[in-house]
Design a protein around this ligand. Sequence first.
Ligand code: GLU
Length: 489
Amino acid sequence: MAVRVRFAPSPTGHLHIGGVRTALFNYLFAKHHGGDFIFRIEDTDLERNVPGAEEEILKGFRWLGFDWAEGPDIGGPYGPYRCTERLNIYEEYANRLRDTGAIYPCFCTPEELEAERELAQKEGRMPRYSGKCRHLTEEQRAEKLRQGLVPNWRFAIPAGQEISFVDHIRGPVTFQADDIGDFVVIKSNGIPTYNFQVVIDDALMHITHVIRGEEHLSNTPRQILIYQALGFTVPEFAHLPQVLNTNRKKLSKRDPNVMPVHVYREKGYLPEAIVNFLALLGWSPGGEQEIMSMAEIAALFDLDRVNKSGAVFDTDKLKWMAGQYIRQLPVETLTEMVEDQLERHHVSLPEGKDRAWLQRVVSLYQEQMTCAEDFVTLAAGFFTPDITWNEEALRVLREEGALAVVDAYRQLCEQAEEWTPEASRARFKQIQSARGVKGRALFMPVRAAVTGEVHGPDLQQSISCLPKEWVLKRLQGAIAAASKSQPEV
Ligand code: GLU
């Protein structure tokens, strides 16, 4: 049987990276087995739906390089793919369960249910519905309906049953039906609950494998009971371990180290890097190789190499991996991405500078970038004449002989006709022979003076990329700044 899997997000907010990991594992599983990956939008929790969220989710996945066989945007043979457009379908199946008595109307008020829950808690019992309305007679039910009460419909859990399945990641799992209270399948407003809707949809969409987060594990026995009550084939299940933060706590959507997918896109991360990183979040290819394309991962991917324990979201590793991908880019492509970032941050090129110039500056920083946006901060000194000198730079400038070197270099710049890396190198050579300074004592004061920092990319390239007037101004400024703040001896 051809594999069919689905990702079924609720459009309740931004696309979160944990959700992408779940979708990705489904996607890779489908690709590995030559099957289909399907999108379904689970929007029946009306109050939680956020306008625009569905578009953002699909846009995020398109950017990440997913393609899908069926979905709300492209339709398909088992549509509609938005649950609120399937209410008549749920109604039809609810009627079947009403006819067989598998579900019954519950007239309990929220206050009554709350009181039951509190009592259970006080007595140290697991809170679950008492089954009070299950035992109402036909007359009692008819009477309540006559009074205008609108019931929720609950699934009547068969007593004493064991519900077992073999999870692809955890192995055999068993639940006792007696531990599960009769749960609501159709709310009084006629909308199905998740546990009911998901079964109808997965069954009618011929989903073969349900791969989802571990937080749904306790829903699975409820869903299996509904499959059985409707005579549907039960699909296979795989519950993915949680994504954890570095304190090994469940990763929160609000974790400051983790951004929604659209933010990674806006900052100019490469989608291939995000995919690669997320694939390794709880799955391992079994070899040493870590940098892999979606196709390479899909060729190797299967559920048997998914870890049982939680996977830690390591931001440093993401940055490292993102940097690896940025390095592999042709500098022309990276320059285009950087142009978008400069525009986003309202930074314009210095007067007279063009794209070829920008490309030279980009190549100076390519090794250090994890995303295109990093350039805006790393290369800030190339976009404004004025800089400040950090403590380390000032310390270097105050070393014996440093300012003399800076001044000598400044004088040579003033006379310079050629403004190239070679010409800059020649100026240093000249100072070296005239003054006998070399190495760090020669280059470091000039670097500190021109960039305000002691670390940075190739000095000759950097200087030649900067406008001559800016370099002169900074050399002069550095001399003033270092002399002024020189501690009294
Ligand atoms: N809409 C559910 C969620 O976002 C889907 C759960 C499932 O995959 O069954 O958690």
